[in-house]
Design a protein around this ligand. Structure first.
Ligand SMILES: Cc1ncc(COP(=O)(O)O)c(C=O)c1O
Length: 378
């Protein structure tokens, strides 16, 4: 059997990784400024993470959600405290798309309505309702196009008000900082208007923190830069540092009932252990503060490079805009400078999404490699 060929691959085969360094099958070391799509939050093979997972595996790796699993409560408690979201309840699942799928489903259950408002250039995943709320017709099959979704531009208050007033909207979903789209973010005033209109018209506000959550933007959640309270928050990616885990935080105003949501694998013992390890390291090593600090350092270094037109994003969810398409530059950064970076739907934006425990020295190395490549020196 062959693999279903849906991924264009770089010719690199990583076989081990530690911290920010990824080593391939030929012994070549790369610096990872992409974290495998913003997933590696506390660094590859963090010793505490390995220990937590190994210890858990020695006890019990999995049982279904038909029996008690105290690790889930421990996790909900710690996540609530560290994120300052203690008045939410936690539902655990396995990925970002699944988190958003459940968030949209809850919004529809709760309001009895079905139209969704999403934003231009959004990315929310590849499953049914999540992909329909993703602004990319190419990844929406006819079956997904049955969903009712209206896409609006960021910061268009009139359009938002006009659509919400139709009283058929169950949810507004948005990323605090757009990931795949290319690091755009709405204004605080627009965020607050969304919150106000959602409350007034009984619409659920979903903050998709799948990529921006778990400290990446310099606060635990990206929406916390804007002083608002979403009804549902979706999480995944950095949450498990590579272990597939996702979830939604549901405000306690929204009531649960048996059977409303469910999953076989979600919240299993290993997923909980991985997420607990991430939270413990984020707290102990003060990584959210580090992400915030390094944004300033990053912007300082970027300002010295004339080819960079704009720095976008927040914390260590950050991007560099050029006046040329960056696909070729990314390839050259991998093969000549041994640096992993990310692209975006906006082809002019190079995304940088490293683990939150990198150092100023790591950013120096990144900019040295970038400068060498931009100036054509080996
Ligand atoms: C903001 C956002 N939401 C949802 C998803 C989907 O997550 P997953 O690939 O885990 O399904 C992504 C993935 O890139 C994302 O960036």
């Amino acid at each position: 059997m062959k693999l279903f060929d849906v991924y264009p691959l770089y010719d690199v085969t990583p076989v081990s990784a530690k911290g920010i360094v990824v080593t391939d099958d030929k012994g070549q070391e790369y610096l990872d400024f992409y974290g495998g799509h913003a997933v590696i939050s506390i660094g590859h093979s963090h010793p505490h993470y390995i220990k937590r997972l190994k210890d858990q595996l020695d006890k019990i790796g999995f049982y279904s959600n038909s029996v008690k699993n105290p690790l889930q409560e421990e996790l909900a408690d710690k996540l609530g405290r560290l994120s300052s979201c203690e008045d939410y309840n936690l539902f655990l699942c396995n990925s970002g798309a699944e988190a958003n799928e459940n968030a949209l489903k809850m919004a529809s259950f709760h309001t009895g309505k079905s139209r969704v408002i999403a934003f231009n250039n959004s990315f929310h995943g590849r499953t049914s309702a999540a992909v329909a709320a993703t602004d990319n017709p190419k990844i929406n099959a006819p079956i997904n196009k049955q969903q009712k979704v209206t896409f609006l531009p960021f910061n268009d208050s009139d359009a938002l008000e006009r659509e919400i007033k139709k009283e058929d909207v169950c949810a507004v979903i948005l990323e605090a900082v757009q990931g795949v789209g290319g690091l755009d973010q709405p204004s605080t005033a627009f965020y607050q208007l969304i919150e106000k209109l959602c409350k007034k018209h009984e619409v659920i506000l979903i903050a998709d923190e799948v990529q921006s959550g778990f400290g990446r933007t310099g606060k635990f959640f990206g929406f916390q830069h804007h002083g608002i309270t979403p009804d549902i928050i979706s999480i995944a990616k950095g949450m498990g540092n590579g272990f597939p885990v996702g979830g939604i935080l549901i405000h306690e105003d929204i009531k649960a009932s048996y059977g409303l949501l469910g999953t076989t694998f979600g919240g299993n013992h290993l997923a909980c252990a991985a997420t607990m390890a991430v939270l413990e390291v984020l707290e102990k090593e003060r990584l959210i503060a580090n992400a915030k600090h390094l944004e300033g350092y990053f912007r300082g270094l970027a300002a010295e490079i004339p080819q960079i037109k704009k720095v976008k994003g927040r914390g260590l969810m950050i991007g560099l805009e050029f006046d040329f398409e960056v696909a070729d530059l990314r390839k050259r950064l991998i093969h000549n400078q041994y640096l992993f970076t990310g692209g975006a739907k906006d082809k002019y934006v190079l995304r940088v999404l490293p683990a939150l425990n990198i150092t100023e020295r790591d950013l120096d190395s990144f900019f040295e490699g970038l400068k060498a490549e931009l100036n054509g020196t080996p």
